[in-house]
Design a binder for this molecule. Structure first.
Ligand SMILES: [Cu+2]
Length: 147
């Protein structure tokens, strides 16, 4: 029994907190924090980039006509994702109760803020991809592909 008192039991030795254990724990906590921060930054980048707004995940509506109507409701464009031939005119109809805008991400067109019952026409003469949003409600986003 004297030897038990001189040497700690193996499990007791393993459970004893040492300086090395504290460094390992601090390192793990730091690593965990870095992973959390990196994850948050990736999340922020994805949500702030504007590359994947909810509107762009909607079904593509392909039009071959010279004219297309897009309804602006509270708070969405219907349809939000369209493809039209070059030279087509889109009539944006402000049917929602709230005021909205149709504002190109790169400033190529802007309806300005319009209220319920108004409409705004824009003719897309140049082929390309146009992404737009509402200056009052940034969750409202749309995409027009002109071919
Ligand atoms: Cu709006």
């Amino acid at each position: 029994m004297a030897s038990d008192e001189l040497e700690p039991a193996p499990e007791r030795a393993a459970g004893r907190t040492t300086g090395g254990d504290i460094i390992v724990a601090l390192g793990a906590a730091l690593l965990f924090g870095i992973v959390l921060l990196a994850g948050f930054m990736v999340y922020r980048n994805v949500t702030d980039s504007g590359s994947s707004p909810h509107g762009l995940r909607q079904r593509l509506v392909v039009s071959t006509a010279a004219h297309l109507d897009v309804d602006i409701i509270d708070n969405d464009y219907k349809p939000a994702v369209v493809q039209i031939p070059a030279g087509s005119t889109i009539t944006f109809k402000f049917t929602g109760a709230a005021a909205h805008s149709v504002t190109d991400d790169y400033g190529r067109f802007d309806s300005g803020i319009k209220t319920h019952g108004n409409s705004w026409d824009y003719t897309f003469t140049t082929a390309g991809t146009y992404t737009y949003y509402c200056t009052l409600h940034h969750v409202m986003q749309g995409k027009i592909t002109v071919q």
